[in-house]
Every structure is written in C-alpha cells, then in structure tokens.
Write a protein that binds this ligand. Structure first.
Ligand code: PLP
Length: 438
C-alpha cells in the first residue's frame, strides 16, 4: 500500500507508529457501513469507527445541522453564559436516560466524562459532610479513558504502568471466565459471586473512605466482557448498603449498542451516574456527558449560597453549540429509525448466530456477544511472537473488513444500521483470516 503522505509530524495515538508508517492503512471516505481507502478499496466498518458511529457514516442530516449551527452560533462561553441549543440538547438527552438521572454535565470525550463523574462523586460526599470518602473502586481489565482519574480506576496494565502516582483506588476482579462461560450467548451464567469481592474491598478499606465504584456494565476495550447474570444488581445492592455511589461508564454501551438506549435500562439496574460519549453525537463531533441523579446534583448545588459557583469544574467546550447540533440531529435519527432498540431484534439474533458459527474455526476458544457487540477469542498459544492482534487486524483489512483487536481477542461492534449480508461478510472474513493465520 503506497501513499505520498508525509507522516513524520503526526504522533499517532494508541498506534504502533513505526509499523503503521511503514505499511499505512489510509481511510479516505465513508458512507453507510463502509469505508473507502485512498486506493479505492471498500472496507466494511465492523467497529462503528471506534464503537461510536452508531447511525452509520455520512449522515447528511447531521452534516446539515452542524453546518447551519456553525453559521448561526459557532461558539459561546458556557461559563456564566448560555445558549439555547445547550439546554435543548440536555432536555432531549434525558428523555433517554434511566428514571431519576435528569441532570447533564457536558464534557468533550469519554475520558473527560469519567474525570467529571469522579469529581462529582467527591464533591457530593464533601458537601454532605462526608469528606473522608475519597477512594474509588474500579475493576481489572476496565477502560475508562486516558486521563489520570480514568487510568487510576482503569484496569488495563499497559495504560497504567509508568504513569503513577495515581489516585487512591482499588480494583475488583474482572468477570471474564472462559473455563466456565465459554461460548455464552448473551449474559454468562456463572460469576455472580464475583460481585461479592466488592463487599470484601469495602470491609478492607472501610466504607467511610470510599466515594464510588465505577464499572463498565459491559467491558469494551478490555475485550468485550459481559456481566454475569445478576452481577450488576448485586453491585447496586452492595453500593446502597454502604452509601457508595455506583457509576456506569456507558461510553460504549450507551446509545443502542446492547439493544436499549443504555445498559442500565437493558439490565434494569439504575446507577447514580452514567458517563457517555461516542454515539451521543454518532462520533462525528467530540462530546461527552455525565448523566447525574437529581439528588446528587441538588445536594451539590443547593449547598452553596446563591451567586456562588457550586462546582469548580468545566471545559471551554462544555456544551459546544456545534457538538450539541450534531447530537440533536443524531437523536433525531436514532428515534426516527428505531436504532436504539434495533440490536435487540432480528439483526442481533443473526449477529449472534453467525458469530457463534465460528466456534469451530481454528484456535477459537470463546465467542461472546450481546446486542450488536461481540468478540472471538483465540488460544493464546497461537501467538509465536506475542498476541495475534495486529496481524489479525491486518489480515481482515486486506480482505476488506475493519475489526478491532486486543491481544488474542477480536471485537466487533458494527454500526446499528448493519444488515445481515454485512454480518455474513464479516464472519466469512474472520474464518478465512483465522484459517490463513493458524
Ligand atoms: N470509557 C469507556 C468505557 C471507553 O470505552 C472509552 C473509549 O473507548 C472511554 C471511556 C474514553 O473515551 P474517549 O476516547 O472519548 O476519551
């Protein structure tokens, strides 16, 4: 693959820079569920960009809304000034959030949403005289973005190692259990007992020292790890018992990925805060948000005399008008096309059946799925020179499909507009690639 692009200056994120620049994969154009390379090859986007382009690419409704907003009000400070579209977007968003989470704090990314949620948790406890509650509990293999709070509660070693000292945190065990749950369709049966580790950590640290637990209801970047049946409800019970806030990081699971607007709704467990980003604007303009329970907001805001700033936190681009315009147009599409629940219908069933047909592909040790997200895990022994990830990704790309890989795990999260024939193509390419490589 040749290109004339000078690649020296751009230090690419989370990328094997030297490998990429010696063998670049340049995307030029996107439409629907397809990318097109600079060499004219069509690539099926089986990852919705980075788990974010839920309504598919090239949505003219969003482009028009963004263009119009840029002409009308391109930017205004959100500190002590407002603009109508920010309030309008917040009001529209909370139509989809679980009951009671009716306050929206805007950020620009998932990472910033996470930092904001952690700070809200600290401020909440402080404002009610419980300033000793300063620790956070995260979980092994979790991804909560790349800022210092996020990597502290996150559980992916390469993202944490070398960046300390970090915040005072401890970690729950992850729930991936291939020995007992391999080839589960939907939520795995075994593993509710892993929730009991929360109570043990609380006893160890003392409930009076813990502000919040943050988990992804389904771990995405850690390898598509589903919550065992009953696990999330048990987490909720334990948090209630010990006066600890429960934060769901729904940056990936939000906006229809699992068949409901949020995993909280899909699994019928209401957290105290939800972090969101990615699909909130169909991934096309950066925007993050924290959805906060009314009581938490009221506690913080009403604790300060009128005229005083209640929460010393915010971003230059919080509720950026152009991002809000993109978000409103995205919500219109989600609502009009029924995308937030599409994954729970026939297309989700087809995805599940097709993915599980890979059970007998070479070296496959697990297939797992829920809604329109899934993963295939390969036997670690296939890797002569380390994890198979990058080579497998290249093998699929060569055959016209973009997948995401983490070590020996290959993950899929196509746009929610995906059709059965695209899923069939994905599965054929996965099998061919596995047969070629192993
Ligand atoms: N939280 C979760 C669960 C994520 O999956 C991600 C990104 O993949 C983030 C936070 C960070 O989001 P961003 O890359 O927008 O900062």
């Amino acid at each position: 693959m040749s290109t004339n692009i000078n690649m020296d200056a751009f230090w690419m994120p989370f990328t094997a820079n030297r490998d990429f620049k010696s063998q670049p994969r340049i995307i030029q154009r996107a439409e629907g569920v397809m990318y097109y390379t600079n060499e004219g090859q069509e690539i099926l986007d089986a990852t919705a960009g980075l788990w974010c382009v839920n309504a598919g690419h090239g949505r003219s409704e969003i482009a028009d809304a963004v263009s119009q907003q840029l002409r009308e009000l391109d930017y205004a400070s959100p500190f002590n000034f407002g603009h109508e579209i920010g309030f309008e977007f917040a009001n529209r968003l909370i139509r989809h959030t679980p009951t009671g989470l009716n306050k929206v704090f805007f950020a620009n990314s998932g990472s910033e949403a996470v930092e904001s949620a952690l700070k809200i948790a600290l401020q909440y406890h402080k404002s009610r005289g419980k300033g000793g509650k300063t620790k956070f509990l995260g979980r092994e293999m979790a991804y909560h973005g790349v800022n210092f709070g996020g990597i502290s509660v996150g559980g992916l070693t390469p993202n944490r190692a070398g960046f300390g000292p970090l915040l005072p945190v401890d970690h729950l065990p992850h729930t991936l259990d291939i020995a007992n749950n391999a080839f589960s369709k939907g939520l795995p049966e075994q593993g509710i007992d892993k929730a009991e580790a929360l109570e043990q950590l609380i006893h160890f640290h003392g409930a009076d020292s813990i502000a919040a637990v943050i988990i992804e209801p389904m771990s995405g970047a850690g390898g598509v790890i589903m919550p065992p049946q009953g696990y999330l409800k048990r987490m909720r019970e334990i948090c209630d018992q010990y006066d600890i806030l429960l934060i769901f990081d729904e940056v990936i699971t939000g906006w229809g990925r699992l068949g409901s607007a949020f995993a909280a709704e899909e699994f019928d467990v209401v957290p105290d805060m939800i972090t969101s980003a990615k699909g909130i604007t169909n991934g096309v303009i950066p925007l993050g948000a924290v959805f906060v329970k009314d009581g938490i907001h009221d506690q913080i805001v009403n604790n300060v005399a009128v005229g005083g700033i209640e929460f010393y936190h915010g971003y230059t681009y919080s509720a950026h008008p152009v991002a809000c315009a993109a978000g409103l147009a995205t919500l219109d599409i989600y609502e009009k096309e029924g995308l937030l629940t599409r994954a729970s219908g026939d297309i989700g069933t087809h995805f599940e059946n097709q993915l599980h047909s890979l059970k007998d592909a070479p070296k496959v040790i697990d297939v797992r799925n829920y809604g329109l997200v899934g993963a295939v895990q390969f036997d670690a022994s296939v890797a002569a020179n380390g994890p198979v990830g990058l080579d497998f990704q290249k093998g699929c790309y060569k055959r016209g499909v973009m997948v995401r890989t983490m070590g020996n795990i290959v993950a899929f999260s196509p746009p929610l507009t995906v059709e059965a024939n695209h899923i069939d193509r994905l599965v054929n390419v996965l099998r061919e690639t596995a047969e070629e490589m192993f």
